[in-house]
Design a protein around this ligand. Sequence first.
Ligand code: B3K
Ligand code: ZN
Length: 879
Amino acid sequence: MRTEDPRPIRLKDYTPPAFKVDEVRLEIELDPADTRVRSQLKMRRNAGTGPLVLDGEKLKLHEVSIDGVKLGPNAYQADGEHLTILDLPEGPFTLETLTSCAPEDNTALTGLYLSSGIYCTQCEAEGFRRIAYSLDRPDAMSVFTTRIVADAKAAPVLLSNGNPVAQGKLADGRHFAEWHDPFPKPTYLFALVAGDLVHVEDKFRTLSGREVTLRIFVERGNEDRCGYAMEALKRAMKWDEEAFGREYDLDIFMIVAVSAFNMGAMENKGLNVFNDKYILARPDTATDADYAAIEAIIAHEYFHNWTGNRITCRDWFQLCLKEGLTVFRDQEFTSDMRSRPVKRISDVRLLRAHQFTEDGGPLAHPVRPDSYIEINNFYTATVYEKGAELCRMIHTLAGPKRFRKGMDLYFERHDGEAATVENFLDALADGAKLDLAQFKRWYSQSGTPEVLASGRYDAARKTYTLKLSQVCAPTPGQPVKEPYHIPIALGLVGPDGRDIKLQLDGEEKPGATTRVLSLTEREATWRFRNVADKPVPSLLRGFTAPVKLSTNLKERDLVFLMAHDSDSFNRWEAAQRYATGLLIAMVDAQKKGGAPRKGTAFAETIRKLLVSKKTDPDFAAQMIVLPSEQTLAQAIGKDVDVDAIHAAREGLRASIAAQLKDELLAAYHALAIDGPYSPDAAHAGKRALRNACLAYLAVGPGPEGVELAAAQFAQADNMTDEIAALSVLAHIDCPERVAALEKFYARWKDNHLVMDKWLSIQAMSALPGTLGEVKRLTGHPAFTMRNPNKVRALITAFATMNQLRFHSADGKGYEFVADKVLELDALNPQVAARLLGAFKSWRQFEPKRRNAMARQLKRVAAGERLSRDVYEIASKTLG
Ligand code: B3K
Ligand code: ZN
């Protein structure tokens, strides 16, 4: 138990900073145990009359002076969190502090730390205060000059934000470099990297003809794995010019890859720091999914240069202003680079798996939260993914051209500022000529709205009447919701499988085949005229709003849409709905002892996709994979029995595999790619479909599936196929499994990123001994609690991707993960709190598991010296 409950920070308490810091000058002398930081802040009063309170944590304070005059010990107060100075000059002044910190002891990986001998920083959200006393808040923007001093052998490369302005040798084998960043920025965008790094270099010529140097820094030996990241960066730079008119603004853009990092990457001005998992790629070590993630994250961080850095956030409540918008931008980029429907499908999968679960549970919060205890807990699926959906809805309502006008106005009005969600919505409303007054509720109301649709065809009048209504269930602190403004794209599909041209009551002639309706009331009705035959409605095409849709569509309508919908997203959606309905019926039947269903209609859809020459393989791969066990649990919603779900899903997979054995085999062979590996979407799509076939074949009758997987594992010339085969084998108790896991280890034990895959595959295995294996692996040399990637690869993978074994009825999975949360909290609270998120949907499980989860949550909440991070998640999850 914590000795005192931390107090929440609230949006309504926001006040502007009392002081402005125009310039920051840092002199940082690096040393693992005692890094000295001399910080000069050129400041002046901004508002109010109170004392100067600077943020600082885990700092040793040596000296404080104002305008060059050292302050005596009574002139300031320093506690563990702040430095307070009472007497200050009237006009502008320079405050200088000398402090030290110890990067080698920094296991939390926030502030300045060492990652495999490389100094690096992570300042968002509040890490800068562990480097120097500062106004560590996003609305305090300053021009930074940074001088780094270090041992020239240990750290030949010294980097910070902006442009390099000086460098040279010093006595005792030391050297220095000085960087100047002309763009005012908040402390959270500060970065420093130093170490024995090598780089690859390229150039990019901007729209206006400026040449920018691009550099990617990596540990020695990894130079051959940066090419894809560099190409992706250039594509992103070009795309942002074309799609949003945004150009890069410094002479140099740098990326550094480090192996110990709390998240994916960080958009520090001119010096992005990346988890090396999202930079390093070579066909034999990285999968297609890795390549796609690299492209997306490189783009995301680069796009932040405008949405996040040039226009930053006034306070952390506005986080979605940069994150939701930047996710929307990176999603659009990927859609333009790859398959748009497949991107939409995978984004919606992610949204439902993470955000809908969050929104339906004890941690639900608005896209713009009202309060937080630890801001690092609010880098959530709601802020990011739902935040992106809100931008997408504005885009849908405005259409691309008007949306662009709105964005142009936003950049024009707020460049160089720390802005708010209101600023964004006003600019979009003015620029795109939209009324967003009601739409704004999406930012303040939590929970996933449910839309109920019912349609009626009148054969005599040739009309189709569609009634839509909306409700949103209560969420923590929000018992009642006002209606949302929900854009719903729809089409009506005629009996011949073609879209009908839509003509609403009051319209003179029929128009487009897909229309966007705005549902703004609790209930509304639309009537379409001149509908010759009874149509099947295709609703929420492209998933135009983050809602749960219920319809009165019958199984046969879903089968029809699965085959005919011109909207690819909705074809996939119909297939998923159909399969979900089938699987839930199977779960129920199991309980009642009824006969399992064979899923003939679904198998028939798969058959057609497999033999069709027309369907994009990547899309077909999405279509043929059954909804995940987590998705089914969510659809069932209460008293979830994970064993029954697993049995039903495996039963259906086996049945489909038996019905389609020949087609699956034929497709498997036909989809083989001749020639060298390429990570492009076309090749990746073929591999995705081929490996989806392999996964079916492995659960089908006869030994061929396992033999094929073992052969593919032995012969693969790329990591995608190698890992796909290994994952298939990992679920099957057979000698091939043991041999493959051993061989994989022997082949890749020196590659830490590939070892993460080896850990994950074992953690996700459906075999009954998995928890024992995971426990054993925590003692393996390939694992350490000090590296977040390892924790995520083994423990988070077990807790979030292995529903069957994490939720085993004896509660041992919960106990193990709770132990690890407590152990980790002492080292790295951010990663510990994230891991605890695995318990967030505890209320949806059957009583035995629910109680076992609650017991572990209480045990964590009662932990001694709990961090704010874990305390907040534990206490809110328990509710
Ligand atoms: N802005 C960072 C995330 C920082 C997380 C701090 N706990 C990466 C990103 O979203 O681009
Ligand atoms: Zn971001």
